[in-house]
Design a protein around this ligand. Structure first.
Ligand code: PLP
Length: 472
């Protein structure tokens, strides 16, 4: 029987790698096997298409291309220009943005590009001009001192970590917490929802240069129209980090007030979460910030990764197809089915449900810490991650929450019926796990863990991952 193109491509690639370092080829094969076997509920992960994966393994990896399309510091970048321009075009069209910068190597890098672009736009600073021609990590202490003084301790207001914000939104130990004088807004203790009046009050008192919206662990929509009004009322630049929900924006599940692109001055995202692309980031903005954003490399970014930009172009082209909208709406339907299944069985959920791709279980309802719950679920073949809940008494390490998300399982094809079965498996494990003598220890009957493991495998068996890829 002749092999299909995907199997041939991956088999051949592994054969070539195996001839040099067989352990790498083995690890790659083992990773596919692990991913095929695990019930992946990590809200920030997904499965990129074979075309996206294959676009990354080629000669573009060898090319230096500092600068941007048509304005490079290196010669011979015509093919890099082609893929970078294509990725940017797809991003602009997909999100309806005036400008797209597709070089950031990750979400954190995209945020750094945005911060420095905003600072350069809003603050006159010779030290910053100097920094723009060197990478930030090459600055001396004296440079940083001059920079901070000239930038005047600018302020950033972002969502607090324990309410679901991200550490790049002004928190130590991320550099954003060092660059900015930071304050955060939280969520209402009774409802778990963002209280826009409180955000407006904090903005009036604090007068930030940048108001940041976006999250890693908030299971609800954010009204970006209201957030923009708040930013405007205090003269702040409004930035949205849509790393987690970019796929829902691309798939037109989040529209109107809930689509950040028409409301924010600048939008950043990762490309590998709900957007289902390669690991990386991108920045969207209007014409006013475009020149500053394009200075991302070499200001804060190392040389572009042209092979990843090629893969971004492929993944963004996929996201522009009509079936991506269907995928995005199934992500949310699945998350809601999972939430309902858990609630019906007695779980405690932050905000009482979800209207995006993620669900945050408050596992104190089961008498567990997040760490105990995460480990017990992993023993049972269910991959999740622990996460703080608002006002978490167990802090950011042990936590009291488990964050679960549906982008990956939805890519595999699981639907709402399977989400109910998944809720059953999660509830079974958590309700049968008892806390041990420390916040990390727990007791779970290994026979039960085995049983759930088998049930999880049976659930996945009907939804093969990469059905077109047979490694032999
Ligand atoms: N922004 C948000 C909201 C995130 O959730 C994350 C990752 O978890 C990032 C930024 C950072 O992305 P990366 O890991 O690609 O740097």
């Amino acid at each position: 029987m002749s092999l299909n193109a995907e199997s041939t491509a991956f088999r051949s690639a592994l054969e070539v790698i195996r001839a040099v370092e067989p352990r790498v080829a083995d690890a790659i094969g083992a990773e596919l096997a692990d991913q095929r076997e695990s019930l992946k509920l990590i809200a920030s992960e997904n499965y990129a298409s074979p075309a996206t994966l294959l676009a990354m393994g080629n000669w573009f990896s060898d090319k230096y291309a500092e600068g941007t399309v048509g304005r490079r510091f290196y010669a011979g970048c015509q093919n890099v220009d082609t893929v970078e321009a294509l990725a940017a075009e797809h991003a602009r069209e997909l999100f309806g943005a005036a400008h797209a910068y597709v070089q950031p190597h990750s979400g954190i890098d995209a945020n750094l590009v945005a911060f420095w672009a905003i600072l350069a736009d809003r603050v006159e600073s010779p030290a910053l001009k100097k920094a723009q021609v060197r990478q930030v990590n090459e600055l001396t202490e004296a440079d940083w001192f001059a920079l901070r003084r000239e930038l005047g301790n600018q302020r950033m207001l972002g969502m607090s970590l324990d309410a679901g914000g991200h550490l790049t939104h002004g928190f130590r130990p991320n550099i954003s917490g060092k660059m900015f004088d930071q304050r955060s807004y939280g969520t209402d203790p009774a409802t778990g929802l963002i209280d826009y009046d409180k955000v407006a009050e904090a903005a009036r008192e604090f007068k930030p240069l940048i108001l940041v919206a976006g999250y890693s662990a908030y299971p609800r929509k954010v009204n970006f129209r209201i957030m923009r009004e708040i930013a405007d009322s205090v003269g702040a630049t409004f930035m949205v980090d849509m790393a987690h929900f970019a796929g829902l924006v691309a798939g037109k599940v989040f529209t109107g007030d809930f689509d950040p692109v028409p409301h924010a001055h600048i939008v950043t995202t990762t490309t590998h979460k709900s957007l289902r692309g390669p690991r990386g980031g991108l920045v969207l903005c209007g014409p006013e910030l475009a020149d500053q954003v394009d200075r991302g490399c070499p200001m804060v970014l190392g040389g572009p990764l042209p092979h990843v930009m090629a893969a971004k172009a492929v993944a963004l082209a996929e996201a522009r197809r009509p079936d991506f909208a269907d995928y995005a709406s199934r992500i949310v339907a699945n998350a809601q089915a999972l939430a309902e299944g858990l609630l019906r069985r007695g779980a405690k959920l932050v905000t009482g449900g979800t209207d995006n791709h993620l669900v945050l279980i408050d596992v104190s309802g089961y008498g567990l810490t997040g760490r105990q719950a995460e480990r017990a679920l992993l023993d049972s073949g269910i991959v999740t991650n622990r996460n703080a809940v608002p006002q978490d008494p167990n802090g950011a390490w042990y936590t009291s929450g488990i964050r679960i998300g549906t982008p990956a399982l939805t890519t595999r094809g699981l639907g709402t019926a399977e989400m109910d079965s998944t809720a059953e498996l999660i509830h079974t494990v958590l309700s049968q796990t008892t806390p041990g003598e420390s916040k990390a220890k727990y007791v779970l009957d290994p026979a039960l863990a085995d049983k759930v493991n088998k049930q999880a495998s049976e659930l996945l068996a009907g939804f093969p991952l990469y059905p077109g890829v047979d490694l032999g």
